[in-house]
Ligand binder design. Structure first.
Ligand SMILES: [Mg+2]
Length: 131
């Protein structure tokens, strides 16, 4: 196991071009983000201002619901029974992230690709972290 590696930020001199799959992913996820946000707006969830702490807490709550589903055997979802409870709740995590991203005007698709590229360059266990 490699340890004691220092992790330095890596800034490429030229930006790596997107693959077709990455470009398609960005377009798709940004479109989904807008659709998800439009649905949330239509259901009244954005009638007033929403603070970042509340929105992030709600993302946490969906991850906790996934954990609870797994703790209880991960049976069928209550709302989409062709999927497990964990599948539904992890979908909720992503839906809430995309809703918040659209509301804040964040470039979530582009950020995901760039963070994947960054992660790919990171040191083994990110420089020796235990977990
Ligand atoms: Mg949920």
């Amino acid at each position: 196991m490699e340890t004691n590696q220092t992790e330095m930020p890596f800034v490429p001199e030229t930006k790596e071009p997107l693959t077709d799959a990455q470009a398609s992913f960005i377009d798709s996820i940004n479109d989904l983000s807008q659709t998800i946000h439009a649905t949330a707006v239509s259901k009244g969830w954005w009638d007033g201002d929403r603070n970042n702490g509340e929105l992030i807490a709600l993302i946490h709550s969906e991850a906790s619901e996934a954990l609870e589903a797994l703790r209880h055997g991960n049976g069928p979802s209550d709302h989409i029974p062709e999927f497990s409870g964990a599948e539904e709740e992890m979908a909720d995590v992503i839906i809430r992230v995309l809703d918040m991203s659209a509301a804040r005007g964040w470039r979530i698709g582009e950020a995901i690709i760039e963070k994947m590229r960054f992660n790919d360059r990171r040191a083994f266990r990110h420089g020796g972290k235990v977990f």
